[in-house]
Ligand binder design. Structure first.
Ligand code: NAP
Length: 307
């Protein structure tokens, strides 16, 4: 039973829908919308209040690609929170390869850096009570029918993870759609390392599956955005059962923190070759996920960028 939940990137897409679904649960007393843009956050709060009839939403402003912004946001959190949903992120768009002051590129900083700082600062202050859920992705193990290749690292050493995070792993061929799976892999392996360090808190990675109705296509190159918005997501993918509605994707996050079937230290996503339907433990067909040395290497690589 989670009475208080903080969700990053909660002003639109999966984050906002997760906030809505959680607010409708009887036990929920507070939902914190962690957003980078105050105007978008206020507008989402107003919508959520209207949609749920509940005035239990609070806003915390922070940018997850910037460690100091997250630290300032943490100062505003006075009470312990039951569950944290690390949802902000995506493929980022044109600026994905830009190096941020941390040394990570923007893609990695957005999907990894701020979330690690947020959770670790809150844990230091004893302010996470029950669960942390990371929005991960099927991009890690690839999707054969869609031609999406799995993440393939040579050694999964700390140096190799660090190269993923600063973009040098991809040399001159940086493509944020490809790099995205690698960055989510680093974040997912960090979640597993945290699950071993904090056995009393549930650390789970969950993919929402291929979900329509989010803002994600906005960050794609123009031609791909057009294809995804008008052809693939509304027409082709539903025909082949490769996309589900916003509410379905968000319910995976809600269940991930609320349902005891979902265990700490596991990455749940769609079955092999699928992007929708039931979720299963991904280590059954991507065994590197269970390698504790690789998990520790990801953790150590991430901390090279946190000053
Ligand atoms: N949609 C899918 O099919 C799918 C599949 C697998 C995994 N996922 C993952 O699920 C999560 C949510 O995806 P979505 O499709 O709902 O995306 P979305 O509609 O684009 O929403 C992304 C959210 O993250 C916020 N955000 C981005 N950068 C941020 C930053 N630096 N600091 C704070 N907030 C930031 C955005 O805020 P702004 O509005 O201010 O930009 C927005 O609220 C992502 O982590 C994504 O990788 C999605």
């Amino acid at each position: 039973m989670n009475e208080s939940i903080l969700i990053t990137g909660a002003n639109i897409g999966l984050g906002k829908e997760t906030a809505r679904q959680l607010a409708l649960k009887e036990e929920t007393k507070k939902v914190i919308l962690f957003c980078r843009n105050p105007t978008k956050a206020e507008s989402a709060k107003k919508d959520l209040e209207e949609q749920t009839g509940k005035k239990i939403f609070e806003i915390i402003i922070g940018d997850v690609s910037d460690a100091n912004s997250v630290r300032k946001a943490v100062e505003k959190i006075k009470e312990p929170i039951d569950a944290i949903i690390l949802n902000a992120g995506g493929v980022v768009g044109k600026t994905a390869a830009n190096i941020t002051p941390s040394g990570m590129n923007e893609l990695a900083a957005t999907n990894v850096l701020g979330h690690v700082v947020l959770v670790e600062e809150l844990l230091t202050q004893g302010k996470i009570k029950k669960a942390v859920l990371l929005a991960s992705s099927e991009a890690i193990r690839g999707v054969k029918p869609m031609g999406m290749k799995p993440v393939s690292m040579k050694t999964s050493s700390a140096d190799e993870f660090a190269a993923v995070l600063d973009g040098s792993f991809f040399a001159n061929q940086f493509d944020s759609l490809k790099a995205y799976g690698y960055v989510k892999y680093a974040a997912t392996m960090w979640i597993f390392s945290m699950a071993r360090k904090y056995p009393n808190i549930k650390f789970v990675a969950m993919s929402p599956g291929n979900t329509g109705g989010t803002n994600a296509p906005e960050n794609l190159p123009a031609a791909m955005k057009f294809m995804m918005t008008y052809i693939m997501m509304p027409v082709v993918m539903p025909l082949i059962g490769m996309v589900h509605k916003l509410g379905v994707g968000a319910s995976r996050f809600v269940d991930g923190i609320s349902d005891e079937r979902y265990k700490t230290g596991v990455f749940y996503a769609s079955k092999e070759g699928k992007l929708t339907g039931d979720v299963v433990d991904q280590s059954s067909f991507f065994p590197d996920l269970k390698n504790t040395s690789f998990q520790d290497n990801a953790d150590s690589a991430i901390h090279r960028f946190i000053k």
